[in-house]
Ligand binder design. Structure first.
Ligand SMILES: [Cu+2]
Length: 176
């Protein structure tokens, strides 16, 4: 059956090439056209700019290891309030989450690896100089709130520092 289909395809393509002349010859292999088609996803910069700034944030997390937003945008020179909620059911020992806002230039990977060793301090390395602000670690059904002054204008990174989570639980914190 496969051979038959393939043979039919060959004949069809061959016929098209022969009938169409040189112009159509280029068009014949349709799979090549699909590959060359431009991506439909909008550039990321446009997406960032569509997000409205708000200094009153509700950020949730869940048992699927996800933050509800990956881009947070706030206005500089003002206070920021973040209500951080865990909508899951799992305990903080198994699926704990926090919100950790990193200083500029701090590597998420090296910080995340360092943080994963700090189990006695809710995965925040003691005396760290890499963090602007962070929430406590919460488990399913819990909620915590932090308030802080917006840092200087720019783009920062936030992560959950529970071991292994920062690979997916990460985002941009933009101060405009
Ligand atoms: Cu987490």
């Amino acid at each position: 059956m496969k051979t038959f289909k393939l043979a039919t395809l060959f004949i069809l393509v061959f016929t098209l090439i022969n009938c169409g002349g040189k112009e159509e010859k280029k068009e014949a292999p349709s799979y090549k056209k699909e590959k060359a088609a431009p991506k439909k996803t909008a550039p990321k910069a446009d997406f960032d700019s569509e997000i409205k700034a708000s200094n009153d944030i509700l950020l949730t997390s869940n048992d699927a290891m996800k933050f509800s937003q990956e881009i947070l945008k706030v206005e500089g020179g003002k206070k920021v309030k973040i209500v951080f909620r865990h909508t899951g059911k799992m305990s903080k020992e198994v699926m704990g989450h926090n919100f950790v806002l990193l200083k500029k230039g701090v590597s998420m990977v090296s910080f995340g690896n360092e943080a994963s060793k700090a189990s006695s301090n809710e995965y925040i390395p003691e005396n760290t100089n890499d963090v602007i602000v962070h929430t406590k670690l919460i488990g399913g059904g819990e909620e915590t709130t932090i308030e802080f002054d917006a840092p200087a204008k720019g783009t920062y990174r936030f992560i959950c520092s529970f071991p292994g989570h920062f690979a997916v639980m990460k985002g941009k914190f933009i101060v405009i």
